[in-house]
Design a binder for this molecule. Structure first.
Ligand code: HEC
Length: 115
C-alpha cells in the first residue's frame, strides 16, 4: 500500500516537474493562458473575437507578435490607456501564456468576425 502511494507521488512530482520545466523553457502554455484571459474577454471576447470596435481580434494572431505587443504596452513603448492598465501587472510568464492561448485559437477574418 505504502509503496504504491510513494510510487504515485513520485509520478505526480515528475509530472509537475515536467510541466514546470516545459513552461520555463518554451514560451507559454495555452491552458494557463486561457485561465488568465478571463480578464481580457470583456474587450477581446471569450474566443479572442473582439466585442468592442476599438479592440482588435486576438484569435489566431502570431504568438511572437502578441508577446511583443504586451511587452510594449507594459513598458509604455506602445501607448493605449486601457492596455497600459491591463498589461502593467502581467508577469513575463503571464504574457507568454496569454500569447500562447490567443495564438492557439482559430483565426478570425472579415467574413467570420462577429459584429
Ligand atoms: C478595457 C478593454 C480591454 C481589456 C480588458 C483588454 N484589452 Fe487588449 N486592447 C484593448 C484595446 C482598446 C486595444 C487597441 C489598442 C490600440 O489601439 O493600440 C487592445 C490591444 C491589445 C493587443 C494588441 C493587438 C494588436 O493587434 O496589436 C493585445 C495583444 C491585447 N490587447 C491583449 C490583451 C490581453 C492579453 C488582455 C487581458 C490580459 C487584454 N488585452 C485586455 C482593450 C482591452
Amino acid at each position: 500500500m505504502r509503496s504504491i502511494f510513494q510510487k504515485n507521488r513520485l509520478i505526480a512530482l515528475l509530472a509537475i516537474g515536467g510541466l514546470c520545466g516545459f513552461g520555463a523553457q518554451a514560451a507559454g502554455t495555452a491552458a494557463a493562458g486561457k485561465v488568465k484571459a478571463a480578464v481580457c474577454a470583456a474587450c477581446h471576447g471569450l474566443d479572442g473575437r473582439s466585442q468592442m470596435p476599438e479592440a482588435p481580434h486576438l484569435a489566431g494572431q502570431v504568438e511572437g507578435y502578441l508577446v511583443e505587443q504586451l511587452r510594449a504596452f507594459k513598458s509604455g513603448e506602445r501607448h493605449n490607456e486601457q492596455m497600459a492598465i491591463i498589461a502593467k501587472p502581467l508577469s513575463a510568464q503571464d504574457i507568454d501564456d496569454l500569447a500562447a492561448w490567443y495564438a492557439s485559437l482559430a483565426p478570425t477574418n472579415a467574413a467570420g468576425a462577429k459584429p
